[in-house]
Ligand binder design. Structure first.
Ligand SMILES: Cc1ncc(COP(=O)(O)O)c(C=O)c1O
Length: 384
């Protein structure tokens, strides 16, 4: 008989309930409005708009769907190009390819693992329409030069801010730099409703069409505001609205953001303080957070000396019931990336760091004792 997989005593992530989630869901059920765009969706979007300073936030069923909406808003024509980091989640790129873009892969900076703004001007062609800076771990990309290049060439900036809710750069919230930005509320994110996302619209000229795309290509949103007397099919679109059940869960998490973020900060800072000496002795890199950035404590990673060391390290933790995981694999070298022209050596930093990065358990409910065990296990690992 096959042995059942051993559950991890200390998982990589666990959803942390903050108290109001189930009560809010019960309230949504009692109200009898369970489809999208009810009272909880309004409250959650308004909270995001006011907290971040974004003119319009549309909740979506995922960050992937918010990225797809951004792609549709670009109205891509055959041959149009979108510049994307290769060290990224699949849908950071796929959402644009799905809607007609040719991806142009950019490498990342070795310090923050963010799209290398210095490589950007050379990647722009007459066909470039947009650039997608992904704030890895919620530590900001160098937005000033990225915005300057985008402005010079008339490109739309779409921030993939899946990791970076409530982070800032020079005091400005991530998600407010580009014409568009996307958030994820997937179970692995700091604030979650299981599966969910949001499109942040900073360019007011894009709001009306975004509402239509999200509502199956109809002007239903205008109808409910009394701006038209019937609603009809007016454009492309799909169904990107989350139900009120999800919005209710999400609102509870958003309202508890201060305590969720504070817990993550405590855990992140303890990892850094207690692993710095071990990292230095073993040639292991720790996350770099520039002084201009306030980070959201989404990821604590170790940059191991090489792939073998990482594999042994993950096994060492696994034997102690602790799950540590690597992250993105170079998209330009994936099966799909190669079919789209990706080749080895194209993004050398991505190719190097993808083999070496490993993330430690980090979630608001990680107890002091369990974190202590993770730290002891890390310090007890032999890398040589
Ligand atoms: C940077 C980034 N963008 C987009 C996504 C997709 O998010 P979702 O699962 O909400 O579609 C992820 C998922 O982890 C991500 O890490």
């Amino acid at each position: 008989m096959k042995e059942a997989p051993r559950p991890y005593r200390i998982p990589f992530n666990r959803v942390h309930l903050t108290g109001s989630e189930l009560a809010y869901i019960a309230e949504a059920v009692e109200r009898g409005h369970l489809s999208g765009d009810g009272a909880f969706t309004r409250r959650a979007s308004t909270l995001l708009e006011e907290t971040l300073g974004v003119p319009r936030v549309l909740l979506t069923t995922s960050c992937t769907h918010a990225l797809e909406m951004a792609a549709l808003l670009l109205d891509l024509k055959p041959g149009d190009e979108v510049i994307v980091p290769s060290f990224a989640f699949v849908t950071t790129v796929n959402a644009f390819v799905l809607h007609g873009a040719r991806p142009v892969f950019a490498d990342v900076r070795p310090d923050t693992l963010n799209l290398d703004e210095r490589s950007l001007p050379a990647l722009v062609t007459a066909r470039t329409r947009a650039v997608v800076p992904l704030h890895y771990g919620g530590v900001a990309c160098e937005m000033e030069p990225i915005l300057m290049t985008a402005h010079r060439h008339g490109l739309t900036v779409v921030e993939d801010n899946a990791h970076g809710l409530f982070a800032t750069q020079r005091g400005k919230a991530l998600g407010t730099f580009g014409a568009l930005a996307t958030q994820s509320f997937h179970e692995t994110k700091n604030i979650t409703c299981g599966e969910g996302g949001a499109l942040l619209i900073n360019d007011p000229a894009l709001v009306a069409r975004a509402e239509i795309l999200r509502e199956k290509g109809t002007n239903r949103a205008r109808f409910f505001r009394g701006q038209v007397d019937k609603y009809t099919w007016v454009d492309l679109g799909s169904s990107y609205l989350p139900s009120e059940i999800l919005a209710a869960f999400l609102l509870a998490q958003l309202e508890a953001r201060a305590s969720l973020q504070a817990a993550r900060e405590r855990i992140w800072e303890r990892y850094r303080a207690e692993l710095a000496g071990w990292a230095e002795e073993n040639g292991v890199g720790l996350p770099h957070v520039p002084a201009s950035c306030v980070q959201p404590y989404h990821v604590f990673y170790l940059m191991m000396p090489g792939l073998d060391a990482r594999t042994r390290f993950i096994e060492h933790l696994k034997a102690r019931g602790i799950l540590a995981v690597f992250h993105y694999q170079p998209l330009h070298l994936s099966d799909m990336g190669r079919r789209l022209g990706g080749r080895p050596g194209q993004c050398p930093v991505t190719e190097d760091v993808a083999d070496r990065l490993v993330r430690l358990p980090l979630f608001a409910g990680l107890s002091e004792a369990d974190q202590g065990e993770v730290i002891d296990a890390v310090r007890g690992s032999r890398l040589a």
